[in-house]
Design a protein around this ligand. Structure first.
Ligand code: RRO
Length: 301
């Protein structure tokens, strides 16, 4: 299974931010058996994140405003990465920044990593910084500028984009032109839940709202992958958004994804990534499809 130049043992990975910074899911399945562990987005320095409550269940999923909490890249390399390496995991690092210089610094801080970190996902689409007011993924020029500034990470970059804009095809083309080898589609959708007894937003972020994920956004994610693949058929795609079972992963690949990530489903069933990995192989086997990768783009006729 390949995403651009990156060879993965299978098509199913964790989604960034949904299984911590390290081996948290290792208690439930062998981390070396999945395509990759994609860790939560990091910047160089520690970042406190947003006030609690940070997550709230909704019909068909959840909403979060974690706010990019993390201990910083040096801490991750010291305290989390070694256990991932010992577990034999294939790792995808994820970086964020408040501006182009911070993204560039994060990329530099990863430049000398070992071969088990196979790619860097550049998160251009977190809805929880300033309430999404400065989402790089909503602007092709800003998104391309970040990608151009992150080459020093020294490994293939996947640009994580947003479906909160009608410019996603334009943004995907721009980041590819700027050096992204693949796009990860999609991050959470901007949303809000209101506590009607108290007349206030439920998340601690208040008026800034949060990011909606889970089954509720799956058709949006599938449509986004479909549209980007139709417009840019040569661009590798990692599909993410509300995949909770094998059928959802098949759908995403038929829309045009080379590989998929699973996030919100892991909160209810921590073995979801493992179960979908096994399920995809059975699904193809039962239908005489030689390889999981042969599912890519089938819905395009
Ligand atoms: O940390 C978060 O609040 C967060 C991030 Br970085 C992201 O990319 N997507 C999301 O829904 N939450």
């Amino acid at each position: 299974m390949r995403v651009g130049s990156v060879e993965l043992s299978c098509a199913v990975m964790t989604a960034s931010g949904t299984s911590g910074h390290g081996t948290e899911l290792g208690a439930y399945f062998d981390l070396s058996s999945i395509g990759a562990v994609v860790v939560k987005s990091m910047k160089v320095d520690p970042w406190a994140g947003n006030p609690a409550p940070r997550v709230h269940p909704v019909t068909g999923g959840m909403i979060n405003s974690v706010g990019l909490q993390g201990e910083g890249i040096a801490h991750w390399r010291r305290s989390e990465l070694p256990a991932l390496e010992s577990a034999g995991a294939t790792v995808v690092a994820s970086i964020w920044g408040r501006n182009v210089a911070e993204y560039a610094a994060a990329a530099r801080a990863l430049g000398d990593l070992g071969a088990d970190v196979v790619a860097v996902e550049v998160n251009l689409s977190c809805p929880n910084l300033d309430g999404g007011a400065h989402l790089f993924a909503h602007d092709p020029v800003a998104a391309a500028e970040v990608i151009a500034a992150t080459e020093s990470c020294g490994r293939p970059r996947w640009a994580k984009l947003s479906a909160n804009t009608d410019r996603v095809v334009e943004v995907a083309a721009a980041v590819a032109e700027a050096g992204a080898e693949a796009v990860t589609l999609v991050n959470t959708l901007m949303g809000m839940v209101i506590d009607v007894e108290n007349s206030t937003p439920v998340l601690g972020s208040g008026a800034a709202g949060g990011g909606l994920s889970g089954a509720a956004i799956h058709p949006v994610a599938v449509r986004t992958v479909f549209d980007v693949h139709a417009a840019l058929p040569g661009l590798p795609i990692v599909g993410v958004g509300g995949i909770g079972d094998t059928r959802g992963a098949v759908e995403m690949m038929m829309a045009g994804a080379d590989a998929v990530q699973i996030g919100t489903a892991s909160f209810a069933e921590p073995r979801s990534v493992h179960m979908v990995r096994v399920g995809l192989e059975h699904w193809c086997g039962h239908r005489g499809i030689a390889a999981v990768r042969d599912l890519k783009g089938r819905a395009h006729g």
